[in-house]
Design a binder for this molecule. Structure first.
Ligand code: PEP
Ligand code: MN
Length: 337
């Protein structure tokens, strides 16, 4: 259930509603909007009696929420959420471009890539320190050393950073270093990890699982919001299908679909979505045209030597060309890049 407050409701009115919810043994989640505050109620097993709230001062409307997700829905918050990642807005008029290597392999590789993507116009830097690899014999990332290098890249380039957090054990450690915590496709439904990140309160970039429906993606996001973390960025990165001409099938229709039902920003990752360097720029153009809030792009100065995801990594000069095209396209969508 959602309680929508009157535009003129006072902080005291909101507090009274929250208290009433809590007295019923439920959790209240006030979501301040531009015009008015909505208060989401979670923790109920069945329907909540609207009468308990309807007549409280400042309450405009009590809306039963039929969809399984509540806090992520547009019913809870009409206007788009803009997440600040180290001061860089994701979800606003400027497209967010998150770029960098799949994995941080060395200080030289990480910093060189950072400098090149920044120069080309990336707004955030990404690089994996803890890598989820299909084979236990593949490079697993530099771990803590990788996080220290990530700090250096931020210092050198000034770009806020995104890196993957794989488990609850390392969540605090990763959060000490990165501005935004990526939950990878393989972990999208790791509910204990999601709950943990919901409590850490750092922005989270939540990637769609490789066989997850949009409803499942939104319910995973709901875990984060239900714990109190509203700084959630969604990411479409392709799903597994019968098609084998690309690594995954990039589901661009997810973007307008998500935007209709959720206020959360959504990025597109054509690198993992296609797995092929030559396909990354065309699908980036398509992602901007479909209305994505930004892109996630893997870049490597020497892809043939990359320790992970080399075939999909763009050379820095290819990334610069991609940015040039994105800058030309963005105004068509009322955006800048
Ligand atoms: C990554 O971003 O490098 C990654 C492993 O992505 P995904 O979780 O989408 O496979
Ligand atoms: Mn990768």
């Amino acid at each position: 259930m959602l309680i929508v407050m009157d535009a003129a409701a006072s902080a005291e009115d909101v507090r009274r509603v929250v208290e009433t919810v809590q007295k019923l043994g439920l959790s209240a989640h006030p979501i301040p909007g531009a015009q008015r505050t909505a208060i989401g109620i979670t923790g109920n097993r069945g329907a909540v009696e609207a009468a308990a709230f309807e007549n409280l001062p400042g309450v405009a409307e009590v809306i039963p929420v039929s969809a399984p997700y509540k806090l992520v829905s547009r019913e809870a918050k009409r206007e788009n959420t803009v997440v600040s990642v180290g001061g860089v807005p994701v979800g606003g008029p400027r497209l967010a471009v998150v770029a960098g290597p799949c994995a941080i392999e060395s200080e030289g590789q990480a910093i060189e890539t950072g400098a090149r993507v920044r120069e080309a116009g990336a707004t955030l830097y990404r690089g994996g320190a803890f890598k989820p690899r299909t084979s236990p014999y593949s490079f697993q990332g530099l771990g803590e050393e990788g996080l220290r290098i990530l700090d250096k890249v931020k210092k050198e380039t000034g770009l806020p950073t995104v890196t993957e957090v794989m488990d609850t054990e390392t969540a605090d450690l990763v959060a000490e270093h990165a501005d935004c915590l990526q939950v990878g496709a393989r972990n999208m439904q790791n509910f204990s990890l999601l709950r943990r990140l919901g409590r850490i309160r750092k922005p989270v970039l939540l990637k769609r699982g490789m066989s997850a429906t949009i409803e499942e993606l939104l319910l995973s996001a709901e875990y984060l919001l239900a714990e109190g973390n509203y700084d959630v960025i969604l990411c479409e990165r392709g799903v597994r299908t019968f098609a084998d001409h690309t690594r995954n099938t990039l589901d661009l229709s997810a973007v307008p679909y998500v935007q209709r039902i959720s206020h959360l920003p959504i990025l597109v990752d054509p690198s993992h979505g296609t797995g092929k360097r030559q396909k990354v720029t065309p699908l980036s153009r398509a992602a901007v045209a479909v209305g994505a809030d930004g892109l996630l792009i893997e870049v490597h100065p020497h892809p043939e030597q990359a320790l992970s995801d080399g075939p999909q990594a763009l050379l820095p000069e290819m990334f610069a060309e991609l940015m040039k095209q994105v800058r030309q396209l963005a105004p068509v969508m009322g955006r800048t890049a």
